[in-house]
Design a protein around this ligand. Structure first.
Ligand code: FES
Length: 223
């Protein structure tokens, strides 16, 4: 009987030892996985896309960032604070081993009553009164709104009261109430309120035959 009890105790101890080692094994696996992944990358060197599998419109050394997209005729945005919404298809071939996976980025073009230096228009060198922003919030990626009437911002976005010189169309995120000023003269898209760490990403655009054509979006993630 004593022998039987002893055997039971040994089995129990072994079982407890195995159970106790599970977290340690898990931690080891979590530590080793990125190292193993590093040793076997899924991208070929060079452009970062699998060799011999370029999508048709990708010329070596020239990574497309999206198909040019006509979003509005200039005359459609003739009134100050008028706007146009659109969805741009962005390609990230450098980040996608499965070739040119496309992402859609909702955007908004806004006509301002004054000109600002906007980084997406002729590289920010020439002032423009049309600004074009991604609507993906730089905080945590919600899609934010363009709110032409600032009173709606005050009523529905956490009670932010803009100072008199900013009582005009603003951008407001419903998730955590970040507010942006698309018409800030020094930094279009400036964060006025809320947790957003930076202005929304801008679109690069040009005007071709009186049509606003978006060609790319500012690189980078949401924040
Ligand atoms: S996601 Fe927009 S404020 Fe948080």
């Amino acid at each position: 009987m004593a022998e039987e009890q002893k055997a039971k105790d040994v089995n129990r101890r072994t079982f407890l030892q195995v159970v106790a080692s599970i977290p340690a094994l898990g931690a080891l696996a979590a530590f080793a996985a990125p190292l193993l992944r590093y040793l076997k990358p899924n991208l070929d060197p060079g452009l970062g896309v699998p060799q011999g599998r370029f999508p048709p419109d990708l010329i070596e050394g020239d990574l497309p960032r999206g198909e040019p997209l006509p979003i509005a005729r200039v005359e459609e945005l003739s009134e100050p604070w008028s706007s146009k919404f659109f969805v741009f298809t962005q390609k990230y071939p450098q980040y996608t081993p499965e070739q040119a996976r496309a992402f859609t980025v909702p955007g908004v073009a806004i006509k301002l009553p004054w000109k600002v230096r906007f980084p997406g228009y002729r590289e920010g060198k020439e002032p423009t009164d049309i600004v074009v922003f991604s609507r993906i919030c730089p905080h945590l990626g919600c899609i934010f709104n363009y709110v032409p009437d600032w009173r709606e911002i005050t009523a529905g976005y956490g009670g932010y009261m803009p100072p008199p010189e900013r009582r005009h169309g603003l951008l407001g995120c419903p998730c955590h109430l970040s507010i942006y000023d698309p018409a800030d003269r020094d930094l279009p898209g400036r964060v006025l309120s809320g947790p957003a760490p930076r202005p929304p990403r801008y679109f690069v655009y040009e005007v071709r035959n009186e049509v606003i054509v978006v060609t790319a979006v500012e690189p980078g993630g949401i924040a």
